[in-house]
Design a protein around this ligand. Sequence first.
Ligand code: ACO
Length: 362
Amino acid sequence: MNMQLSKTPIGLDGVPAAETVLSHVDGERGELIIAGERVGVLVGKTGFEGVTARLWSGATGQPVGEAAVRAVLGEARQRAFARLPDLLEITRGLSIVDGFRAAIAGLRAENGLQHEATIVGAFPVIAGALVQRAKGCDPVAPDPTLSHAADTLSMLLNRKASTPEVAALDAYFVTVCDHGMNASTFATRVVASTQADLFAAVTAGYCALTGPLHGGAPEPVLEMLDAIGTSERIKPWVDGALARGERLMGFGHRIYRVRDPRADVLKGAIGRLAGGGTDLPFAGEVETYIREALRRKNPDRPLDTNVEFFTAILLDALTIPRQAFTPIFAAARSAGWTAHAREQQRGGRLIRPSSAYIGPMP
Ligand code: ACO
């Protein structure tokens, strides 16, 4: 390997790809700032509509208020519901994760309407319809008078959600709505940097999200907890997986060298939800042992719990089927993706990195 290549940041670690006013991740301090506010503070201050208003205002430089966002998202959910027969046409026979990818690719500009709202409004409607179809049921119509989180739960669960359930999903939506230049946001910005439209950009973002090294991790987190099963099996199961060189889902992060600040925000939201879903004390035992085992295995590389571990537990406690976890993550992250795409289109440069050629020379 030549000397030049060994310095190449393969995987683009630490390379700024864009300037943004939207969010900032400080991996050394374990801090996430979204639209000027620390994530833990933001969750206590506002809901999904509020943070979306902040992101869209920041991206476009044109202030938009929370009430206006609530109204446009309510209308957009209704429009998406009317288009469901078209959108779901191509998804027959596909899983929820793959069906969601195909359906969102069918979203398109609607005359005079904001693309951002069309996208963010449509995501939970499509996810809800795919969940209902998997159960052999008809889609549940949205209610534009509900908050985005409350309506999302009603379309997913086919029942009115309780106040603590809505608060928990809203806290989740705010917590994961944006997160610096993560892989899916980068993919979104690459596409937007070519001046392709927002629909193309967020479809790319979702495709990047589906992998288990990114937003595809929560379902495998629950599978891991199921496979471990009992307290006595934690040590042999975890030690065995690490000895085989497997990665434990819900742990580790490219940027954070300390605990992912979102993990504790979600843990707090789970604590306020009564009962249901994953056995929390058992999940806590698994988490404690895995953190110890990762410290032993990689003493020089701090690997801690990431957002996906608690995402899995929170969405499970809300009785959302695990096959829908990635689309629900996308429903939250769509606020960030649309803002990043707009910001990139407005002031960004075509993103076109280089590669390090290691093939033969002529
Ligand atoms: N389990 C076991 N070992 C791990 C884990 C893990 N979860 N994460 C990292 N490691 C190991 C790597 O194998 C590597 O070991 P090696 O040097 O012996 O090969 C070492 O720790 C360093 O890895 P990094 O370079 O820090 O990992 P990277 O930045 O490439 O990966 C990632 C980050 C993809 C999140 C990784 O930690 C991982 O695979 N985690 C599990 C999947 C997961 O939880 N994904 C969700 C991430 S959060 C999100 O995207 C929303």
